[in-house]
Write a protein that binds this ligand. Structure first.
Ligand code: ZN
Ligand code: ZN
Length: 557
C-alpha cells in the first residue's frame, strides 16, 4: 500500500499509479517489493521508486512526467532544468505553474535552493516566455465551460467566500493558456473533498493542503485555495497580465510599498492583508481595474486620472438580436428560445434564421418566412413580457446583393447581413460586398465581420478601419458575436470600431436555448476587452430606441 502522505505531498501523484500498474507492492515497512515486474520496466525507475520509499518522500519519475502540471512539464522539456532540479524546485517552493516560477525567479528564490544556483535560475527565467508559447491553448468557450463546472461546485462549499478564474481566462482572451481558479477559504480540505467527489473521479495531478490540479476532459484545471485574509493578492497576481502586474509593482515601489506574488509589503517588510483586489488597488491609490483590460498599456494611467470608462456589463444588455431556431440550423424551436430569453430577463429578442443560399444545413425559404411569422405571432400572445422581433440573418451574395428580395426583407422587423464564405474573392471584393450590404436601407447589423473560426481559421484580411468608417457612414451596426467559434469582432477590433464611432451589437448567435446565456456572457467579455461601454451597444438600448435606429435607416430610402 502506498502511504497516504506520499500522495498528499507529491505533485507527481502518477508515480503511485505507476507503482500500481507495474505490480509493485510498496510494503510500508520493508520498502517496495517487486512482484512479477513487467519485462519492460526501466531499472532506473525501480531504483528511484525504492529510494522514494526509503527516503519517506517522493521522487519524480521521468515516465510519469506526462501527468505533472503542464507548466512544470514544459519547463523540463524546454531543457532549462534537469528532472532532479525540477523536483527540488517543486519540493522547496511548491511551484505548480509558470506564474509561480516567474515569481520565484523575480524574488531570487530558486538560487537559494540547495543544489541550484543563479545559472539555473537565469535559465528558467529565459525559458519562461517560450514556456507560455508551448502551453497548448484552449478556446475561451471551452475553457469557460470547464471552469464553470468547478466554480459552481466550489461556490456551494461552506467556507468558500468567493471563487473566480484567473489568468487569461479571467481576462477573456480568445485562447486560454492555463485554466486556474482561486477560491478563498479557511477550510481548504472541504473544498478539495467536494471536488474529488464526482461520479467518475477526476485524474489528480497534484494535491496539497491548498492546491489541487485535476485533469478534466483531458484539460488541466488548477485550483488554489488561499486563506481569505490574503486571497485578493493571489487573485491579482495570478490574473495578470504580467505587464499589468509589473506596472503595479513599479507604482508600489514608487510609494514605498513592495508588491509581490504573495501580496503587499509595507516599508517595514510586513505583509499587509489583501482580502480583495480592491484593497490592493486602493492602497496604490487606484480604483479596481477590470480584468479584461489589464494589459499593461494605458489602463493604469487612465485609472490614476479617474478616466477609466465604465465597461459594458451583462446587466446592461436588454435584449439579444441574433439567434437561430429549427427554421434554420438551430437545435431548438422558437418557443424554447423565447423561454430562454425570458429567463435571462431580456426585454426583447430577435429570431434571425439563415437565408436560402446560406451554407447552413437548413435555411429559411421564401415560403417558410410567412409560416415562421405566424408562429411568432402566436408566441407573442403567449409571452407578452418579451418583444419577439422577427428577423433574419441574410447572406451577402458574391455580387453584393442580399439573399432575399427586398419585398421579403421588408417583412422582417430586423435584418442582419453576413458573409459566410469568401467565394474565393480578394479582400477588395469582400469589402465591396460589405459596402453594398451596409448601403442597403433594410440592413441594420453586419454579423461576425471577420468571419473567423476560432481556433481554426483566421478572419478576412480586410481594411477594418475602412469597414468601420463605412458602418458609421451608412448607419449600420457591427457585431460582437459571442459564439465561442466567432468572438468576432474580437476585443482589439471592437475597440477600433467604437473609436471610429461605430455602434456595436453584442449577441449570442445562439443555436440552442441553453447557450443563450453563456454565449452572451462571452460576447460581453469580448466587448469589455474592446473597452466597449454600454453607450456604444445597440442592444443596451430600449426596444423603442432599437426600433428607432432600424426605422431611421429604412426611412432614408
Ligand atoms: Zn452567421
Ligand atoms: Zn448566426
Amino acid at each position: 500500500m502506498i502511504r497516504g502522505d506520499l500522495v498528499e505531498q507529491s505533485v507527481f501523484v502518477r508515480a503511485e499509479a505507476l507503482v500500481r500498474a507495474r505490480h509493485i507492492d510498496a510494503d510500508t515497512d520493508a520498502g517496495p517489493l517487486v512482484h512479477d515486474p513487467p519485462p519492460d520496466i526501466d531499472p532506473e525507475i525501480l531504483k528511484r521508486l525504492r529510494q522514494m520509499y526509503e527516503a519517506g518522500g517522493w521522487v519524480l519519475v521521468e515516465s510519469a512526467l506526462a501527468d505533472v502540471p503542464g507548466d512544470l512539464r514544459w519547463l523540463y522539456e524546454s531543457g532549462a532544468v534537469t528532472i532532479d532540479q525540477l523536483g527540488a524546485i517543486h519540493r522547496a517552493l511548491g511551484s505548480t505553474s509558470a506564474a509561480d516560477l516567474v515569481a520565484a525567479v523575480r524574488e531570487e528564490k530558486i538560487r537559494a535552493i540547495p543544489g541550484l544556483d543563479a545559472h539555473v535560475e537565469a535559465a528558467i527565467g529565459a525559458a519562461l516566455p517560450t514556456l507560455r508559447a508551448m502551453t497548448p491553448r484552449v478556446p475561451l468557450g471551452r475553457a469557460t465551460a470547464i471552469a464553470e463546472t468547478v466554480l459552481d461546485r466550489l461556490r456551494t462549499v461552506p467556507g468558500v467566500t468567493w471563487a473566480l478564474p484567473v489568468g487569461s481566462l479571467r481576462r477573456g482572451q480568445d485562447m486560454v493558456g492555463d485554466i486556474e481558479i482561486v477560491a478563498a477559504t479557511s477550510q481548504p480540505a472541504d473544498a478539495i473533498a467536494e471536488l474529488l467527489i464526482v461520479p467518475e473521479s477526476p485524474r489528480v495531478l497534484h494535491k496539497t493542503e491548498r492546491r489541487l490540479y485535476l485533469l478534466i476532459e483531458r484539460i488541466q484545471v488548477g485550483v488554489r485555495l488561499p486563506d481569505p485574509e490574503n486571497a485578493g493578492a493571489a487573485l491579482l497576481y495570478l490574473t495578470g497580465s504580467t505587464a499589468h502586474f509589473e506596472a503595479l509593482r513599479a507604482r508600489a515601489d514608487a510609494s514605498g510599498w513592495r508588491l509581490t506574488a504573495d501580496g503587499l509589503y509595507d516599508g517595514d517588510g510586513t505583509l499587509r492583508p489583501s482580502p480583495t483586489e480592491d484593497a490592493v488597488y486602493a492602497t496604490l491609490g487606484l480604483p479596481c481595474i477590470p480584468p479584461e483590460i489589464r494589459e499593461g498599456t494605458e489602463e493604469i494611467a487612465l485609472a490614476n486620472r479617474g478616466e477609466l470608462p465604465t465597461l459594458v456589463a451583462r446587466a446592461d444588455i436588454r435584449g439579444d438580436l441574433h439567434m437561430h431556431s429549427l427554421w434554420s440550423d438551430g437545435r431548438d424551436p422558437i418557443e424554447a428560445m423565447v423561454q430562454g430569453c425570458v429567463a435571462l430577463g431580456y426585454e426583447y429578442m430577435a429570431i434571425t434564421d439563415h437565408s436560402p443560399s446560406s451554407a447552413a444545413l437548413r435555411n429559411l425559404t421564401l415560403d417558410s418566412v410567412n409560416k415562421q411569422a405566424d408562429e411568432i405571432a402566436g408566441l407573442r400572445e403567449r409571452y407578452p413580457t418579451i418583444a419577439i422581433l422577427h428577423g433574419c440573418e441574410v447572406d451577402i451574395l458574391p455580387d453584393g446583393r442580399l439573399d432575399f428580395p427586398d419585398r421579403i426583407l421588408e417583412r422582417f422587423d430586423i435584418v442582419l447581413a453576413s458573409l459566410h464564405d469568401s467565394a474565393g474573392q480578394l479582400p477588395e471584393q469582400l469589402m465591396k460586398r460589405y459596402a453594398s450590404a451596409m448601403q442597403h436601407p433594410l440592413v441594420t447589423l453586419i454579423t461576425h465581420p471577420t468571419n473567423r473560426l476560432v481556433p481554426h481559421r483566421r478572419g478576412y484580411d480586410l481594411d477594418y478601419d475602412r469597414l468601420f468608417e463605412l458602418a458609421v457612414e451608412h448607419r449600420t451596426a457591427v457585431e460582437i458575436d459571442g459564439a465561442p467559434s466567432h468572438l468576432d469582432l474580437d476585443g482589439a477590433l471592437a475597440r477600433r470600431a467604437i473609436a471610429a464611432g461605430a455602434t456595436v451589437a453584442v449577441s449570442s448567435d445562439s443555436h440552442r436555448a441553453e447557450m443563450l446565456g453563456p454565449q452572451m456572457h462571452l460576447g460581453v467579455v469580448t466587448a469589455r476587452r474592446g473597452w466597449v461601454e454600454s453607450r456604444h451597444v445597440l442592444n443596451a438600448r430600449s426596444l423603442e430606441e432599437v426600433r428607432a435606429v432600424i426605422a431611421a435607416k429604412r426611412g432614408a430610402r
